[in-house]
Design a protein around this ligand. Structure first.
Ligand SMILES: [Fe+2]
Length: 444
């Protein structure tokens, strides 16, 4: 009897412990980029409680004695009621508060720490460093993490952090295999790998995958789960807010594009993005030195894997990138590594895979074919890639690593613009309220 009661007590205590675990109450914590990363970031998280807040302070204040409290904007949400959604996922069964808190008024080039508090439960401590370096700086780029639980992605991210110590990390889409299923996001976001950098991502077609229950290509009309995990600057194309946006990080203007779901490669949302893209770059002229685009589908990648990319997206976007003087386009999608020569002023880097989904080379992507300067056999050599991009006043140097921290490709891009005193280095806060879409809310 005694042991039975003791057992009951232990079960009760364990149950309570489990219920109180911070990752059950506060989860999917990600720091995302703001329009001005020298003085602001956005903290995103999901919370099972209505009340929660963020406490942040400078990194040296490890006891949070001088911490500042920020209340999030929160929305009660699940995927219930969204067309084509996967019903067996916790996104459907577990309603939660989707929270985002903008932390502003930060000092440039400074390390901060923060934690989230909700009804007596505290998250682990996260950290980030603001932009604002005057001299050489760098960021890390990935693509197509994709398969939940694959043994390559998380060690690759860890390796790239050890190699490059990035304050900013970018991914050009397909972060998970089925965006409508929460288990993929649990795998990617709820671990210590994602706790110490500012993140920016564009959606891949798999960010539109609603379920995989046997129907052919069941796609969301909008990237619903992406939009409820990451709040990006609200300055994007009117028909693709939050999946398209721009931010200026030191002397680079970054633009995220949304190449839509697996069934769509033309239509009004693309035309809307072209108009917005050209207008945005023109409006920001003189405030940046380099222009980096990240988007999912590689317009100079394989034309066999997803034939509409070369057939439809290339003729639409290549002239726009030329006209706007894009220096580098980061992408993925076909799971083949290819890097082009300079084409009309632009380099196209299709990293193929930052996980274990790899495809065999095909004859539309051949090293030395006049378009591609470097091709890697990801499948044959079991490789996955991450890039470290170092930026100076004179050039951008791209170094691509495999999962063993070995350099597998590198190239340099010479600056085509002079540096400008109006660049975003934190000295002059920039208020772009006159631009298209600025200040608009996310259209979930
Ligand atoms: Fe894809």
């Amino acid at each position: 009897m005694k042991s039975f009661i003791l057992g009951l007590f232990c079960l009760f205590a364990l149950g309570n412990c489990y219920a109180m675990a911070e990752d059950e109450v506060i989860y999917h914590v990600v720091t995302t980029v703001s329009e001005n990363p020298a003085n602001a970031v956005t903290v995103n998280y999901h919370c099972s409680n209505k009340d929660s807040y963020v406490l942040y302070t400078k990194a040296k204040d490890i006891a949070f004695r001088k911490a500042v409290r920020v209340e999030p904007v929160s929305v009660l949400w699940s995927t219930r009621g969204i067309e084509k959604t996967a019903k067996e996922t916790t996104f459907y069964t577990r309603q939660r508060y989707v929270c985002s808190a903008e932390i502003s008024g930060l000092e440039k080039n400074t390390k901060y720490i923060y934690k989230i508090v909700s009804e007596g439960v505290e998250s682990k401590v996260n950290s980030f460093v603001t932009a604002g370096k005057k001299s050489k700086w760098n960021f890390v780029a990935f693509t197509d993490f994709q398969h939940k639980g694959n043994k390559e992605t998380l060690p690759l991210i860890k390796s790239m952090k050890e190699v490059a110590h990035p304050a900013l990390v970018i991914c050009s889409g397909d972060m998970v295999d089925v965006a409508g299923k929460e288990e993929g996001w649990n795998w990617l976001l709820d671990n210590d790998i994602f706790r110490d950098f500012v993140y920016a991502a564009s959606p891949g077609d798999h960010e539109y995958w609603a379920d995989d229950s046997g129907r052919k290509y069941p796609q969301y009309d909008k990237a619903h789960t992406f939009n409820h995990l990451f709040k990006f600057p609200g300055n994007g194309a009117p028909m693709s807010l939050n999946t398209t946006y721009w931010f200026r990080y030191n002397n680079v203007l970054f633009i995220s594009l949304d190449m839509n779901n697996s069934n769509v490669a033309t239509g009004p949302r693309f035309e809307d993005q072209v108009r917005w893209f050209e207008k945005t770059v023109e409006s920001l002229k003189g405030t940046f030195q380099y222009l980096v685009v990240y988007e999912h589908k590689s317009i100079y990648g394989s034309s066999k894997i997803d034939a509409v990319v070369a057939a439809r997206l290339r003729p639409q976007w290549a002239p726009v990138f030329k006209k706007c003087g894009v220096d580098l386009v980061l992408s993925g999608h076909d799971h083949i590594y290819s890097r082009t020569r300079e084409i009309d002023g632009t380099y196209y880097l299709d990293m193929g895979s930052s996980g274990d989904k790899r495809r065999a080379l095909d004859d539309s992507v051949v090293e030395g074919d006049g378009i591609h300067e470097k091709v890697l056999d990801l499948k044959g050599d079991a490789l996955c890639c991450g890039s470290n991009i170092e930026i100076t006043r004179h050039l951008m140097k791209v170094t691509v690593y495999n999962q063993r921290k070995e350099v597998v490709d590198s190239f340099t891009i010479k600056a085509k613009r002079k540096s400008s005193p109006r660049e975003n280095r934190g000295e002059q806060p920039f208020h772009p309220s006159t631009f298209v879409g600025a200040g608009a809310g996310i259209n979930f």
